[in-house]
Design a protein around this ligand. Sequence first.
Ligand code: GLU
Length: 448
Amino acid sequence: MTDRATALTRTLIDDLRARSADDAPWLDAVESLAHDVLTVEKADADFAAARVLERLAEPDRVIAFRVTWRDDVGAVQINRGWRVQQSNLLGPYKGGLRWHPDTTLPVLKSLAFEQVFKNALTGLPLGGAKGGADFDPRGRSAGEIERFARAFMAELAHHIGPDRDVPAGDMGVGGRELGLMSRAWMIHARAWGGALTGKPLCIGGSLLRAEATGYGLVFFLCAMLAAVGEEIEGKRIALSGRGNVALHAARKARALGGRVIALSARAGVWHAPDGFSHEALDWLAEATDDTAANPPARLGLTFHAGRKPWDLEPEIALPCATQNEIDAGDARALIDGGCCYLAEGANMPLTAEAEAVLKRAGIVLAPGKAANAGGVAVSGLEMRQNAGFAQWSAARVEQELREIICAIHDRVAEEGRSAGNGAPDYRKGANRAAYRCLAQAVIEGGAL
Ligand code: GLU
């Protein structure tokens, strides 16, 4: 009996321990930003006295909750849910919800911290937040997703609202999930309102929200190229991922004349030496895990299991999959293959070593907080449409998105030029431009 009690206890505790990481990702995010902005803080007596960075590093609050739901065979499932409300200095808390088994509080804290700076760059009135659950939606039925979404929202609904906190999607959370959560919030609030963005169009979503991050990434890339007298036409571009961001970025890059030579998934890479056709992108978007390894010959694609896209000699790399996906070895492969530009579609896709290697080689790097801000920017436009009970045309949304991204590029490049020597240091530029805007808001708002 005692042995059984011990074994049962060990299983439970091992499982709990495996799901409780320490705070390292959050500290890493604060450290890398501090490096770029603390000299700016110390050079300004008001910023220094207000201890701006230290205050921005601490979330306003962290909401942690249990999500209990039943799966299709009637078994009880227990997950952890969080919302990190990092800062509402500039506007309502804003940032995505991630449903992924690797989600932990320290990861969400690091992403929420980054989100505050990203959102500040958009020039829209948006604070910063991030949230999610350690729930794995892969392989779950529609009924299970719906029950999980309702259980998740039963807790989160108390903390969000159109002028309070406006979550959106992120990994594992797309239009369908946002539709379910949005409806659940409206029932809770007994009101119609835009408490989430990325909703399906017919319940208050915005045209082009799904495309926004990928399109914005390519607009940023074009601005970066234009700044050095280059253009996207004919350039070999490799992307990682085949989700929302990667596919829409690939479509826009192609539409503007770029040659998209690779996309990828955990299972491997799809290589198209002559460039993906429109048809090949449609096929990849629809392919399932079972069919994806065997592209039809007419598409001019080959699939390579277990490989990444970085050694296929792209001139431009657009990592759009997940954090830390490019390590030092991948970085060296990019350099050896002649890559000159990298823009981050994913949040924090480079390891610290990879970034150092790329920087030393003079590769122009655009950080995610500037280059992938198109998603949250169109979320801001969705909030504006909801607040005005309006629905804008796709052309209007795209035009506004392009203007926001070009403005971000120009501010970041300007700040980055004075930080670097000669060529703009986009990472420093983004961190400093966002910091200045947040620090000013701290000063105007006083000590609270
Ligand atoms: N998850 C996206 C991001 O990382 C979108 C956030 C939002 O629209 O609120 O920026």
